[in-house]
Design a protein around this ligand. Structure first.
Ligand SMILES: O=P(O)(O)OC[C@H]1O[C@H](OP(=O)(O)OP(=O)(O)O)[C@H](O)[C@@H]1O
Ligand SMILES: Nc1ncnc2[nH]cnc12
Length: 329
């Protein structure tokens, strides 16, 4: 039987500095771009300025993969539980990580000849690659160090009413998604976890995937107004500066139940903190907090200091994410 082909192998804009806009398909009444001035609390956006000023109308959008890679890469053995640690990339002069595809920090340590701690020629290559922070959705690097798939994420091209980055493109990559979930679970190997909870909306993807790996149930922590059953509500403020409310059903968490909380990203920490409060108000125990990135914000530190945490960001790259830099300078 013929294998599905993975072609064309590259995003047509790969190698350019041009933001190509991941959300290419919009269904509904059209999506006008957001006002250039976001509400208080924003300010992380570093993309091109948004055109248009009308509020967005209701619409659906998808991240449009450039190719359909299913079956195109032979999947290596799952890493969860299989690797005691991560070796540095062979040949890396400092024995650390080399992320050639993206130009992320080569050795994962500060200092050196450039801010990435790599040699000038490598730095030039890094800078070039950072301008096109996309890997195609078929490519699987030979060495899959922690966070290699972060290069698949896509920067905001729509303006300050959106998060500064959209990690969800990495979920389109079969190996990227699998390795991301494995990295999120790695610190919790051997820990007692009774249930995984994911935060609305993108936290559902990673949370449900993690629950499937752990063979545990999945609890949806939802933005208010959707659950038609008895709920507990928790107000919070997130990176947008807006006041919001999170809800959880009251019939799933029994006292002492150990819950791993999963979300896509922690920026100010407001969202995750609300989820923590919900779990604890129900008598549950937060067994851990997992997100692709936990930014070094006041709220992020609050979480890190109190709960066991997992994330996918190598140390050398964390400061860049804290500054909301993703291939723009
Ligand atoms: O740390 P904070 O400042 O609270 O921000 C983090 C939250 O913001 C994002 O979700 P968002 O509400 O944008 O929506 P989505 O998950 O539906 O994309 C992200 O996935 C977290 O849930
Ligand atoms: N999806 C996301 N990516 C990056 N930063 C965020 N802050 C809040 N949500 C985010």
């Amino acid at each position: 039987m013929p294998q599905p082909q993975c072609s064309p192998p590259r995003n047509r804009l790969a190698g350019t500095a041009e933001p190509c806009g991941d959300t290419l398909l919009a269904l509904g009444q059209g999506s006008r771009l957001a006002p250039a001035q976001g509400p208080a609390g924003r300010g992380g956006w570093r993309g091109p300025s948004a055109a248009g000023a009308a509020p967005a109308q209701l619409s659906l959008s998808v991240t449009l993969p450039m190719t359909v890679p299913l079956g195109s890469a032979s999947p290596p053995a799952p890493r969860y539980g299989a690797e005691p640690g991560r070796a540095g990339t062979p040949g890396c002069p400092r024995g650390g990580f080399e992320w050639g595809e993206w130009g992320a920090p080569s050795c994962g340590e500060p200092g050196g000849d450039c801010r990435w701690g790599v040699s000038p020629p490598l730095h030039a290559q890094c800078s070039q690659n950072l301008r096109s922070p996309r890997m195609d959705l078929c490519h699987v690097p030979a060495t899959r160090e922690k966070g290699w798939y972060l290069a698949l994420m896509a920067p905001n091209v729509k303006g300050p009413n959106y998060a500064w980055l959209d990690p969800s493109r990495l979920y389109c990559h079969p190996q990227g998604l699998q390795d991301c979930v494995a990295d999120l679970l790695q610190p919790f190997q051997g820990d007692p976890i009774d249930m995984v909870a994911g935060i609305d909306a993108m936290g559902f993807i990673l949370g449900a995937a993690a629950a499937a790996v752990l063979q545990k149930g999945f609890l949806a922590i939802r933005k208010a107004g959707h659950l038609c059953v008895q709920t507990l509500a928790q107000p919070y403020t997130d990176y947008s500066g807006r006041e919001k409310v999170m809800e959880v059903r009251t019939d799933a968490v029994s006292p002492g139940l150990r819950i791993l909380l999963v979300d896509q990203w922690v920026e100010t920490g407001g969202t995750m903190r609300a989820a923590i409060q919900l779990v604890e108000r129900l008598g549950g125990v937060v067994a851990g907090v997992a997100a692709i990135c936990i930014e070094d914000s006041e709220g992020g530190r609050w979480i890190r200091e109190r709960y066991k945490c997992a994330h996918c960001v190598p140390p050398g790259l964390q400061p860049r994410f804290d500054r909301h830099q993703f291939g723009w300078d």
